[in-house]
Write a protein that binds this ligand. Sequence first.
Ligand code: NI
Length: 207
Amino acid sequence: MVVPIHGIRLALYVAAGLAVGAAAAIALFPAARERILSPLKVTTVGQALVGGPFALTDHTGKRVTDTDYRGTFMLVMFGFTFCPDVCPSELQLISAALDKLGPKGDRIVPLFISIDPERDTPDQLAQYVKSFHPRLIGLTGTPEEVAAAAKAYRVYFKKVTDAKSTAGYTMDHLALIYLMGPDGAYRTHFTPGISVEALAERLAKLL
Ligand code: NI
């Protein structure tokens, strides 16, 4: 099982491994769900393990919550606009797959949630999302709001020193793409290595 985390050192990978591994294992192998959850004495069956409420600000400055997107699928990705490689290529992948889906893709709202609210202001996000899909929505918030959203989606992220960056830091983060249903519940997730064709095909079957 490969959990894609980019720009991350091995030690951090191991530290994050427990939470990430459990979420990914449950997502990838539903049979693992019972085994992983039983020690936690979770008895609710079918409860969403990934996803949940969030309250953030979109790239136009509007306050939004997860309930604003009920009735449409959400393709949720966490990242940051200063990400040198993985985030932009993932957003290109999502944009191309949505284009390939045609009108059917209109049932999906692509959301890019920043885990770098310090630099990713709504204005910064507005400039950034323009480079990708016309319907792409950038979301940011206070550090607490962003942390709460990432926690709900079981997304690991961490600020790390980076001498090459003018701000002196970069962000390590989990780079999965989550598909949430019109009810807001987790449906599946995709890894950044998936091709445009495969992503479009899998989405078409799930819509
Ligand atoms: Ni990134």
